[in-house]
Design a protein around this ligand. Structure first.
Ligand code: HEM
Length: 466
């Protein structure tokens, strides 16, 4: 009797394994048929294990990193498959496909950067997150960076920081623009995120030892939490990113303390927010100076526009406000053209969590998608003479307008929340630079790998304008 029951259980067990195996097999076959019908984009997966990584990196080391994409685009079309950095990847150089990846309808794409990049982000970085927590954090940060109050406060701060840096330059001195702009923008970032100005705690931040940085930031968060009762809606007068995250209560109108973000999470995120904000803005400033140095006609028009504003300000005795800087049309054209050519963030990486069909292509589950911005920004079918610095092209397009063919700040769910701050910083820097100095740039070269930077930090020799 006992033996019969044992057999019966065993048979049931085997049958259930068989049924679940069969249904998995059927699902697998269904996917295969779908994949065949839709078709994974054409392309080559290259060598076993390394795929086409060597070609990809070799191209990145040249002055034309987009040549990797261009070659394959001409062979296989705008969307192609390859194998990079240990993963099968679908590369998109097509604006509409990039838009669908960025907007992520149906939430099928999650961030998936190569290991070498994710190690820079840190564990709690927003750049790694997805789902509800990402939505909540993104909304909170974006709301904070959009606030007119913050822009007003930061305008004065950015202005002071730029002017004091420019005032320290001596006529005939060799100035390393990349180094100077890094110092200026770091100071601004730290002020915006945690209201720490030069002196005292700033010294710890400057050294950038992560463990100390985290300890210090955690302390600031804790001090704020104790001194201000955010739960009861008390006001904190710092108006920085720490304040915004401490105030965040998710969607709950009747939020209690448990729904608040924990201190460790806030301090980790504040530190990791420095990663996307820290190098991008100084590089945009540096490359703007480089492109302007190579194009005296554009520099002259920018200078005229800025001198005109400066004259109005001197005559009226009014302070500059952020809209003064942001409403200068040629300045904004110069910034857009710089961002188009600089491609500081050249692409975004995502992974498909299930099979996805995008514009007739199949992206299989588990594959990465690299939505290339550079390939679109440097496409001669979209931008006439794309390697020529031409700020006037934006007179027709409208500077500043992000579109599917202009995505320096990404788009959709993860659109860069620091976009307006970045443009404001660059506008203020260019304004004061061109109204204070003329300069001669020494020979230098843009490097594109692993990140965009100048080989010699862009040395220029300055002399006062008047
Ligand atoms: C010229 C300067 C900048 C450029 C070109 C830039 C570009 C980008 C791009 C392309 C993304 C999207 C990444 C993705 O979709 O995976 C992004 C995200 C982000 N950026 Fe920026 N950025 C700049 C400046 C800043 C600044 C000043 C901050 C402020 C701290 C900032 C904070 C962020 C954050 C927090 C994210 C993550 C958003 C999310 O995943 O929801 N960025 N940035």
């Amino acid at each position: 009797m006992e033996c019969g029951a044992g057999w019966w259980i065993l048979m049931c067990f085997m049958a259930s394994i068989l049924i679940s195996g069969l249904s998995r097999y059927r699902e697998y076959k269904r996917r295969e048929r779908e994949r065949e019908r839709w078709g994974v984009p054409r392309g080559s997966l290259g060598w076993p294990f390394i795929g086409e990584t060597l070609d990809f990196i070799a191209a990145a080391y040249t002055s034309r990193p987009v040549s990797f994409m261009e070659k394959r685009k001409s062979l296989y079309g705008n969307v192609f498959k390859t194998h990079l950095l240990g993963k099968p990847v679908i590369v998109s150089t097509e604006p509409e496909v990039n838009r669908m990846v960025l907007h992520n309808h149906g939430n099928v794409f999650v961030p998936s950067y190569p290991k070498s990049i994710t190690e820079l982000f840190g564990e709690t970085s927003i750049l790694k997150m997805h789902g509800t927590m990402h939505k909540r954090l993104h909304a909170s940060i974006a709301r904070f960076f959009k606030s007119p109050l913050l822009k007003a406060r930061l305008t004065t701060h950015i202005q002071n920081s730029v002017q004091s840096s420019l005032a320290s330059w001596r006529p005939g001195q060799l100035v390393l623009i990349q180094d100077q702009t890094k110092q200026i923008t770091f100071e601004i970032l730290v002020e915006a995120l945690m209201s720490v100005g030069p002196g005292g705690r700033y010294g710890v931040l400057e050294k950038r030892a992560k463990a100390r940085l985290l300890r210090m930031t955690r302390k600031i968060v804790e001090e704020r939490r104790l001194s201000t009762n955010y739960f009861k809606g008390e006001e904190d007068n710092h108006n920085d990113a720490i304040d915004a995250l401490l105030r965040d209560s998710g969607d709950a109108a009747d939020a209690n303390e448990n729904q608040r973000l924990p201190s460790d999470f806030i301090s980790g995120n504040i530190i990791e927010m420095m990663v996307p904000g820290e190098d991008s803005v100084p590089m945009a400033m540096t490359l703007a100076v480089k492109f302007l140095s190579d194009n005296p006609v554009a520099l002259k028009q920018l200078q005229e526009e800025c001198l005109e504003l400066k004259k109005r300000k001197v005559e009226s005795g009014d302070y500059y406000v952020w809209t003064d800087y942001m409403s200068l049309p040629f300045t904004q054209n110069v910034i857009s053209e710089t961002l188009r050519m600089a491609n500081i963030i050249n692409a975004v990486w995502r992974e498909a969590t299930e099979d996805v069909k995008v514009k007739g292509y199949l992206i299989p589950k588990g594959w990465s998608v690299l939505a290339s911005f550079t390939a679109i920004h440097m496409d001669d079918q979209i931008y006439e003479n794309p390697y020529h610095f031409d700020p006037w092209r934006w007179e027709k397009k409208g500077a500043g307008a992000c579109s599917i063919t202009f995505t320096p700040f990404g788009g959709g769910q993860r659109l860069c929340p620091g976009l307006e701050l970045a443009r404001l910083e660059i506008s203020i820097f260019l304004h004061h630079l061109v109204t204070t100095y003329r300069w001669v740039a020494e020979k230098d070269e843009v490097l594109y790998f692993p990140t965009v930077k100048m080989k010699r930090q862009l040395p220029i020799i300055v002399s006062p304008l008047i």
